[in-house]
Design a protein around this ligand. Structure first.
Ligand code: NDP
Length: 253
């Protein structure tokens, strides 16, 4: 396997890439969901795209964490389980709840998504397997763990509740797009993306290490530009879109 020094260099490069990519993503609209186009090359079924994109992180994270037979502490197993709680929903439940009527997404997006998830799974699984000896049972009473897990579940709640709300807008065979209302939708256009950012920030706090922080940073870099694109799209699409609604952070942006 690789040395700790090499691992750290790779991780710093990964973090630097997120910082570089953020302003790029602010300038382009990534074409899936409502922004989908075929100008990014061949496309595949949206549902299949989601599964192919997200499945690798479950496999790679688990492989690097468990394959060297190391005894893992309870704290590491909890950190891993919280991650999997989110991704089991994202891979095996969320795609089957989409009411997207055979919508497609560019294969390029799926390839980027797979690459991202391979890297994220590697950094977190490898680090938690090899360098996590400082987590013992006292970690459960550490303020970082307690505050982090509250933030994590608050984010997860917001994310799932908001995704549910959006999916319910097409209940009863309806098609197209509607203005979502109620709860955090009264303040921001994308509470689901806001919730996801909060969730992974909480995960980084409760585990307090660079690889989990890198994932929170990447989530921010991916989802803030996407939420801004969604917000602009809503304003173009609906003349009566609420004027005081922000994109992703209530009262701020
Ligand atoms: P969106 O909000 O664009 O869409 C979610 C679902 O709701 C889609 O099926 C969409 O349909 C539908 N929908 C959205 N708005 C409306 C509306 N106004 N009227 C009717 N239906 C609507 O979410 P994303 O696709 O951007 O993300 C989905 C999930 O994946 C989120 O929970 C997000 O946090 C997560 N995600 C996480 C990432 C990460 O880096 N961690 C990266 C990307 C996503 P349609 O597809 O037809 O637009």
């Amino acid at each position: 396997m690789i040395s700790e020094e090499t691992f750290n260099y790779l991780l710093y490069a990964w973090i630097a890439t997120a910082i570089i990519i953020f302003p790029v993503l602010l300038r382009i609209t990534v074409p899936y969901g409502r922004h989908t186009t075929n100008t990014w090359g061949p496309t595949i079924n949206n549902r299949l795209g989601w599964i192919l994109m997200e499945l690798p992180v479950i496999l790679v994270f688990s492989w690097f964490l468990f394959s060297n037979g190391q005894r893992l502490s309870n704290a590491v197993l909890v950190i891993y389980s919280l991650f999997m709680l989110h991704y089991l929903n994202r891979v095996f439940v969320f795609p089957f709840r989409l009411r997207t009527n055979g919508k497609r997404m560019p294969i390029t997006i799926v390839v980027f998504g797979i690459f991202f998830n391979l890297a994220n799974g590697f950094f977190n699984g490898y680090w938690l397997s090899k360098y996590s000896s400082t987590y013992d049972n006292t970690w459960f009473s550490d303020p970082r763990f307690i505050i982090g897990i509250i933030i994590f579940f608050a984010g997860m709640f917001i994310n799932i509740k908001s995704d549910n709300k959006l999916l319910s807008l097409r209940k009863g065979g309806k098609k197209g797009y509607y203005i979502p209302k109620g709860g955090l939708f009264n303040y921001i256009s994308s509470p689901n993306l806001f919730g996801e950012i909060i969730e992974w920030t909480g995960w980084a706090v409760l585990s307090w290490c660079l690889p989990t922080f890198s994932f929170a940073l990447w989530t921010f870099a991916n989802l803030v530009p996407r939420a801004i694109d969604h917000h602009r799209w809503y304003k173009r699409r609906f003349d009566d879109y609420p004027k005081n609604r922000k994109a992703v952070f209530p009262g701020l942006l």
